[in-house]
Design a protein around this ligand. Structure first.
Ligand SMILES: O=C(O)C1=N[C@H](C(=O)O)C[C@H](O)C1
Length: 299
């Protein structure tokens, strides 16, 4: 089985008192699954996990896991922090006690810049230790470490590595090589960079982990279906350009500030707050994203 479809990395909504708004999170989670998302990602970057305390992370995980459990066939991915290999391995070993995760999303330890050989050894050690399959989160502009197609393809051969979330700031030569040369089965290439997701799908990506899909969720699902099942290229192109422009506007400020602003403006969460060091989005950024989402192709 290869992972596919839309996986939504959920924001963490905060209530007027600043606490995690569990009912709002529950509504977002269940709404996305009802709109056709194949799965949810708890405690991804978009969920501001570093700004949550242990109890809050527990609440977030419980709410999202319950929504997945109530939806037959839905998939739960959990973001696992990787400040270093040893503590990431410990967190992975403990994961089944925390949630019935189908996969764990893990990066290279940020700031360390271990080189490609070190990154390969890191993911191999984690995959050997983990009771759940890994999704390699390749995001060099956050971690400081590039992963070439050659390294990712070596990781793809590990039986406990289920895929990669490719978020490299564009469609580079490694992304093209990765999509061309990946194994036919058992390793998913998921778009992880919202503005380039339509282009990655056109090149054969299996799906995406896309924060922009908090908005126009059903249209994101439709885009994936157009490329993977329906072969409806005119519709895929119309949706793809509209969603890419909406994504660019949603990421005009550090994620998830604009997304929270638009969800708030649309009455879907109580407030647009993010926690420091993130700042709430400027009103003009929220308006711009909201307008982009009004594109006729997305109605
Ligand atoms: O939380 C995630 O997973 C995602 N994070 C990315 C980021 O914030 O850089 C964006 C992507 O849409 C999903």
């Amino acid at each position: 089985m290869t992972l596919s479809g839309l996986h939504l990395p959920l924001i963490t909504p905060f209530g007027p008192d600043g606490a995690v708004d569990a009912p709002a999170l529950d509504r977002l989670a269940r709404g996305a699954l009802a709109d056709g998302a194949a799965g949810l990602v708890a405690l991804g970057t978009t969920g501001e996990p570093a700004a949550l305390d242990a109890d809050e992370r527990k609440t977030v995980l419980a709410v999202i896991a319950a929504a997945v459990a109530d939806t037959p066939g839905a998939h739960l991915t959990v973001g696992v922090p990787a400040p270093d290999t040893r503590s990431a391995a410990e967190a992975l070993r403990a994961l089944p006690e925390r949630a019935p995760a189908d996969a764990a999303l893990v990066t290279v330890p940020p700031f360390t810049r271990p080189g490609e050989a070190g990154a390969l050894a890191h993911f191999t050690a984690l995959a050997d230790a983990s009771p759940v399959p890994l999704i390699v989160y390749n995001i060099p502009y956050r971690t400081g470490q590039q992963l070439s197609a050659a390294t990712l393809l070596r990781l793809a051969a590990h039986p406990n590595i289920a895929g990669v979330k490719q978020a490299v700031g564009g469609i580079d030569a490694d992304t093209v090589a990765l999509l061309a040369d990946r194994p036919a089965e058992g390793f998913a290439v998921l778009a992880g960079e919202d503005a380039f997701a339509p282009a990655m799908l056109a090149l054969g990506a299996d799906g995406g982990i896309l924060a922009a899909a908090h908005l126009a969720t059903a249209r994101h699902v439709e885009l994936i279906t157009c490329w993977r099942e329906r072969g409806d290229l005119p519709r895929a192109r119309a949706l793809g350009t509209a969603l890419a422009r909406a994504a660019a506007a949603l990421f005009a400020e550090p994620n998830p500030a604009v997304t929270k602003g638009v969800l708030h403006a649309r009455g879907l969460i109580a407030g647009p707050e993010v926690r420091l060091p993130l700042l709430a989005a400027r009103p003009e950024s929220v308006r711009d994203a909201d307008n982009r989402l009004d594109d006729p192709a997305l109605r």
